[in-house]
Design a protein around this ligand. Structure first.
Ligand SMILES: [Zn+2]
Length: 143
């Protein structure tokens, strides 16, 4: 899903989607990655998911394998493969929204460097941003 989206992504505007999966003791397994959705806002330096589209994907994933919304992925076509100040602010807002019930958010960021996309993963807790190891498993599902 992400690889398809990256292949077709233009290198001008950011794209992205939600990540759905399972929290285990000290890891998060991502099973599904969403597409941006028709109402997503995409600019060279900013991406905002289509909330209705995200909700539909989340409902579907929950029915399929009890996956829940664990985070987001997006691209930095011209930026660094690390969360921007704006990304950090967005994740803080999600964490502060008690209705959403996040205790952490996984952020996958893909930057276009030297002719290819490089991915990095981060977890956001209330006051901390931690780089995490990205383990890609083909067994896991339609990533
Ligand atoms: Zn960003």
């Amino acid at each position: 899903m992400i690889t398809t989206e990256l292949r077709t992504a233009d290198h001008t505007n950011e794209t992205g989607g939600i990540l759905l999966g399972h929290h285990t003791r000290d890891a998060v397994t991502v099973r599904h990655a969403g597409t941006p959705g028709p109402a997503a806002v995409r600019t060279p330096t900013y991406f905002l998911r289509d909330l209705a589209h995200a909700q539909t994907l989340a409902d579907k994933a929950f029915t399929t394998d009890r996956s829940v919304w664990v985070g987001e992925w997006h691209t930095h076509p011209t930026g660094r493969p690390a969360p921007s100040a704006r990304d950090t602010a967005t994740y803080r807002q999600l964490l502060d929204d008690t209705e959403l019930g996040f205790h952490s958010i996984v952020s996958l960021i893909f930057a276009y460097q030297e002719g290819r996309w490089t991915g990095t993963a981060w977890t956001f807790h209330r006051q901390r941003v931690t780089p995490v190891e990205l383990t890609v498993s083909r067994m896991g599902g339609p990533m």
